[in-house]
Write a protein that binds this ligand. Structure first.
Ligand code: SF4
Length: 323
């Protein structure tokens, strides 16, 4: 793998909850609580966890769609966290997002051509007219759509086609990093594989780097080089994909993995059913955040937060069982 293109260091995002007579801050949602990782150029990092674990918030902080509370984000050696003006505009060009919901993320009043080409105009990459149309047609064809689709509106397309429009929009400015925020979660299973295959082809064609966010380990298995598992705002395990699936070291990853269906009917996997729900991120449990649901919890887990440490080459896990 190449040098790190993206480096996230101790990222924290708390959302204040206002209340009381004067509307002051009465509590905080601990959405992201000290997350660190890198992604190499051309690599795909899968980021997985149940809804509310902070994975989408992490993606949005990286793109500065929301401001982090603390921590650092570096893209190709440049400080994203404090970037402003022209520097931020250039960074935005290099980092794009594909949203989860292809129904909600496309403006129903804009034609597909205007949606896909909007950022070309914002970033002054082509002039309106012939060049603009040629580039939009090229983008539509790159994602498997047709030139005559550019004059139609989003409601005229299926879910899979709308996600292709979202992908064309992200590609318009030739980004280097794409945050894929649950890009197939809203699609039928039969369409999911097509969109994932398309993303893989585009990665090869344009040397893209992906942060691929999903709530299900089965979705990221084939597209990811490495996988990070998040629980309640923290990364609990990160490893090369094959190793994480073959030998998960954190009880939460083991439970998630036990729910992934195995295509071979002769191989049985014992399902680990977690008790209870994910605790409230306003008041996360002390010690290991996972201890109220962990089948292996020990006394020290209730007070001492485990550090994310290397358990094998390139494989990190945050669990006292690995000490
Ligand atoms: Fe379970 Fe303790 Fe490991 Fe947390 S640190 S995952 S509670 S064994």
């Amino acid at each position: 793998m190449n040098e790190a293109l993206l480096r996230v260091v101790n990222l924290v995002k708390y959302f204040p909850i206002k209340g009381g007579l004067i509307g002051g801050e009465v509590a905080r949602v601990h959405a992201v609580d000290g997350v660190s990782f890198t992604i190499a150029a051309g690599e795909t990092l899968g980021l997985v966890g149940e809804s509310g674990c902070g994975k989408s918030t992490t993606g949005r902080c990286i793109l500065r769609l929301i401001a982090p509370t603390a921590g650092e984000i570096w893209f190709d050696g440049r400080d994203v966290t404090n970037a402003e003006g022209e520097t931020m505009r250039r960074l935005c060009r290099n980092m794009q997002i594909i949203f989860q919901d292809p129904y909600a993320s496309l403006n129903p009043r804009m034609t597909v051509g205007a949606i896909v080409g909007e950022s070309l105009v914002i970033h002054r990459l082509v002039k309106r007219g012939r060049d603009f149309e040629d580039r939009v047609v090229q983008l539509l064809e790159t994602v498997g759509l047709h030139a005559d689709h550019m004059r139609r509106y989003p409601h005229e397309f299926s879910g899979g086609q709308r996600q292709r429009i979202g992908i064309a929009r992200a590609l318009a400015v030739s980004p280097r990093l794409v945050v894929c925020d649950e890009p197939v979660s809203a699609l039928d299973v039969s369409i999911q594989a097509q969109v994932i295959n398309l993303l893989e082809d585009l990665q090869e064609q344009f040397n893209l780097t992906y942060l691929f966010i999903a709530h299900d380990l089965s979705v990221v298995e084939h597209i990811s080089d490495r996988v990070a598992v998040m629980y309640l705002g923290r990364i609990v395990e990160i490893a090369p994909a094959q190793e994480l699936y073959a030998a998960p070291r954190h009880p939460y990853t083991q439970a998630l993995l036990s729910a992934v269906p195995i295509p071979d009917p002769t191989v049985a996997r014992q399902r680990i059913v977690l008790q209870g729900d994910v605790p409230n991120p306003i008041n996360p449990p002390a010690g290991c955040h996972f201890h109220p649901r962990c089948p292996h919890a020990m006394e020290r887990c209730r007070s001492e937060a485990p550090l994310l440490r290397e358990v094998a080459a390139g494989h990190l896990a945050a669990c006292h069982l690995n000490d």
